[in-house]
Design a protein around this ligand. Structure first.
Ligand code: MN
Length: 489
């Protein structure tokens, strides 16, 4: 059953509206010290061919041995995607020739993957939520890399990546716009990072997306799709969906047909171009790898892994809303990264959650962003920021002074409470002192007093003058009250 198309997501063409349909295959590198079937290191960087065992180089007679940690990581990921875990799965050979694939086949899973159907719930910026079905997750080996820029006439091969474990996560075609495609990958990446099963570092190639795009008139059956291979940034995923949908609409509106093929996205030109005609599964001559037994484990193994899963982003978000009274938007921002959420909780524990969220999101994240720093590199600790929130809450400093204090803690460090003492930043709540300042400002500006009586919005100018007089330390509420009383407005 097709859900009716959402008019907001449709693309306008010359012949009417079009709906874009997207499904994704994400290749996520498994976080593991060694490769899927060998003991060689998975470390990023290193000299070419430093991390290559005889198995990875496909020397004759070498036998693959499954890495149990990679299996556990795949099961954890399946659990995090609320997916069916298959207690029996099979490794197959996917046969093809490529210079950086010395075996002449990739060990993958075809008919019996380790993880079956699951789902990802994705919050959109407008507050709506979409559900993207997960078709399957299977384990497979990565290939090596051909180097074409090392020598004028020869190409070299680096097998460091050869045999590294990948999880291929295949979604259902449930995505209906470029924004949804970006939000889906962002959410999936967040879940993987919470689970610790993939670092999600797209710059290092730890997460790559193959994006399947087709278009149709709303209500029509699915159109022919094209697969855009190896898109390596969230922004490019959005651009690739847009560009490919426009290209297909153009062809169809000119009376043409879409050829099923594999394409590449060129970020410089903002367009996709043909790479090869799409191969079908039977082209790969899949068959069970005779070197590997079917992968089998029992439910107790799965349950033990499930028992040690961390709190995942959806659950954490719901808890932040319930426990700290946060808006869904603020909670969503905080849970996007696990260490951000942890930082927030350290600040919020035993304090006003909303005030803590405001300071973490607006002041701290704002400042970190500006400096291009991660939360782990924040010069202001959760304990220090908590002290700032306390000082405001108890009325020792005003919100305005708190920003100055935050700046001092950021640049110089130190205990916020001690800094307030030593630098005389305490808010003046002594009404006598405030009253004196109010009287002085009124006495010095008789013309403005007349104006303010005629036009009470002038009060703001007086508040500003009194704050200036007191070095920003007067309690703004007291200043307001006193001025209103004295001016009779
Ligand atoms: Mn694959």
């Amino acid at each position: 059953m097709n859900a009716p198309a959402d008019p907001k997501k449709l693309i306008k063409g010359a012949t009417g509206d079009w709906e874009v349909v997207v499904g994704m295959e994400i290749h996520a590198q498994v976080t593991s010290k060694s490769k899927l079937f060998s003991g060689a290191s998975t470390e990023f960087g290193g000299e070419p061919n430093d991390h290559v065992s005889l198995v990875d180089a496909a020397m004759p007679g070498m036998l693959p041995v499954i890495n149990e940690e990679c299996v556990a990581q795949a099961v954890r990921t399946g659990l995090g995607l609320k997916a069916e875990i298959n207690l029996r799965s099979v490794f197959d050979r996917k046969n093809y020739f490529y210079p950086d694939l010395p075996q002449g086949y990739q060990i993958s899973q075809y008919k019996s993957p380790i993880v079956g159907e699951g789902e990802v719930l994705v919050d959109m910026i407008d507050g709506t939520q979409i559900r993207v079905g997960v078709e399957r997750l299977h384990l497979e080996q990565d290939a090596g890399k051909s180097l074409h820029d090392q020598h004028p006439t020869m190409s070299f091969v680096d097998l460091n990546r050869s045999g590294v474990a990948l999880m291929e996560i295949v979604s259902k075609p449930d995505i209906r716009s470029a924004d949804e495609a970006k939000a889906y990958v962002t959410k999936l990446r967040t879940i993987l990072r919470y689970l610790g099963t993939c670092d999600g570092d797209m710059e290092k190639g730890s997460l790559r997306a193959d994006v399947n795009v087709s278009v149709r008139k709303p209500g029509d059956p699915l159109g022919t799709r094209c697969e855009i291979k190896n898109v390596n940034s969230i922004r490019f995923i959005g651009q690739a969906v847009e560009a490919e949908a426009r290209r297909q609409i153009g062809i169809l509106e000119d009376g043409g047909v879409i050829k099923q093929e594999t394409r590449l996205f060129d970020p410089g030109k903002g367009e996709t171009r043909s790479m090869r005609s799409k191969e079908e599964a039977h082209d790969y001559r899949y068959f069970p790898d005779p070197d590997l037994l079917p992968l089998e484990f029992d439910q107790a193994y799965v349950d033990a892994l499930a028992a040690h899963l961390p709190e995942l982003p959806d659950a954490k978000k719901a808890r932040f809303i319930a426990e700290y009274g946060l808006s869904p938007y603020d909670a969503g921002v905080l849970v996007a990264e696990r260490d951000q959420a942890d930082y927030f909780e350290s600040v919020a524990k035993g304090r006003d959650g909303k005030a803590a969220a405001n300071w973490v999101i607006n002041e701290l994240f704002g400042r970190l962003n500006k400096e291009g720093l991660d939360i782990g590199a924040s010069p202001v600790s959760a304990a220090q920021l908590g002290a700032v929130v306390d000082l405001i809450g108890e009325g020792t400093i005003s919100g305005k002074i708190a920003k100055d204090l935050f700046e001092i803690v950021w640049t110089e460090g130190g205990d916020p409470r001690a800094l307030v003492e030593s630098r005389g930043m305490k808010q003046v709540t002594d009404t006598g002192a405030i009253e004196k300042a109010v009287d002085e400002v009124i006495a010095a500006n008789p013309d403005k007093v007349q104006q303010a009586i005629a036009k009470p919005t002038m009060l703001g100018w007086f508040v500003g003058q009194v704050m200036k007089q007191t070095g920003g330390k007067a309690n703004p509420q007291s200043v307001n009250d006193l001025l209103k009383a004295k001016l009779g407005i």
